[in-house]
Design a protein around this ligand. Structure first.
Ligand SMILES: [Zn+2]
Ligand SMILES: [Zn+2]
Length: 314
């Protein structure tokens, strides 16, 4: 089994049956970023056809396919362009997968209608392919195109419940990318512009993860995630900068919903993990800032308040 068939198994657009996940919504005016022409392919895709010692065979083939597809785009032969991009994707080109994501995301004139499910699947596929390339060779422009497209789908098209499967695939892939972007190897030789792009990518990811936690009613995770998102600060990319501002708002609305008292007994350090156990904790009425697991622990804790008072009166 080749590596490609392994990924296909996870991310086969046909297996995922896009129509099930997303319906055609109103046609948004989606800005179409152009993915950079990165021709890198994961190592496993090189020499796929068993050609002898020719490391660059697949790369050359992809370069050819990508320019062929672009020519078709220029001459408005969209169906042909899509077929060639699909071929290049099958050869392991993340750029081709990203282009397909963008094409399906925005649609083209009246010929190719937007198909958000296919867009999501191709974006995810692009991430999967990028992930297979050593991170010191990652193309920040390409990743930013894919992540910002995906983040737009999360914010405007996808529904946490209805599109649950693809949503979870996406957050998993984004977490992977985010973790790797923190690897010193991934950032060693980045230019200033690329460092800003990396920050924009991480902002988009943090915002999507915040939305996920919020939709799951996990307000405390949502709060910390949006806080981390606003900490990134501005990066010079419009949408990402807007998300940072939106995170400020999210933090403000979430804060009152998250209890400030830690779900740990202040006396015996028992930690309540499940929601039902958290509800059972007794919050000290006196200081309202700590919780206790039982009446016994609460009594002990209250005695410390009494000692404090005694000290004060002395
Ligand atoms: Zn206790
Ligand atoms: Zn107390």
């Amino acid at each position: 089994m080749t590596m490609f068939s392994v990924i296909l198994k996870c991310f086969n657009p046909k297996n995922l049956n896009p129509k099930r996940f997303l319906t055609f919504n109103n046609r948004d005016d989606i800005s179409k970023p152009k993915p950079a022409m990165s021709t890198l392919v994961p190592p496993d895709f090189e020499n796929e056809e068993g050609t002898e010692n020719n490391d660059s065979t697949t790369t050359l083939k992809i370069v050819k396919l990508l320019s062929e597809a672009d020519e078709y785009l220029n001459t408005h032969e969209y169906t042909r362009a899509i077929a060639v991009f699909q071929h290049a994707t099958q050869c392991g080109s993340a750029t081709a997968a990203a282009k397909l994501g963008i094409i399906y995301h925005g649609g083209i004139n009246d010929i190719i209608p937007p198909d958000y499910a296919s867009a999501a699947v191709y974006y995810l596929f692009a991430l999967k392919l990028i992930y297979m390339i050593p991170c010191n060779k990652w193309d920040m422009s390409l990743i930013l195109d894919v992540i910002s497209g995906l983040s737009e789908l999360y914010r405007f098209q996808m529904n946490r419940k209805r599109d649950c499967d693809i949503w979870n695939h996406g957050t998993k892939a984004m977490k992977h990318i985010d973790q790797t972007l923190q690897d010193p190897l991934a950032t060693k030789f980045l230019s200033h512009k690329d460092i800003q792009k990396r920050r924009a990518i991480r902002i988009h990811i943090a915002y999507c993860l915040g939305l996920t936690a919020e939709a799951d009613n996990d307000f405390s995770t949502a709060l910390t995630t949006f806080k981390s998102c606003q900490k990134f600060g501005e990066c010079g990319f419009n949408t990402a900068d807007t998300l940072v501002k939106k995170s400020h708002k999210k933090v403000r609305t979430l804060e009152p919903q998250v209890p400030k008292v830690k779900p740990v007994c202040v006396e015996c350090q028992y930690e309540a993990k499940e929601l039902k156990d958290i509800w059972r904790l007794l919050v000290c009425a006196k200081c309202q800032s700590v919780a206790c697991c039982s009446k016994a622990c609460l009594t002990n804790h209250l005695s410390t308040h009494r000692e404090d008072e005694d000290k004060k009166t002395k």
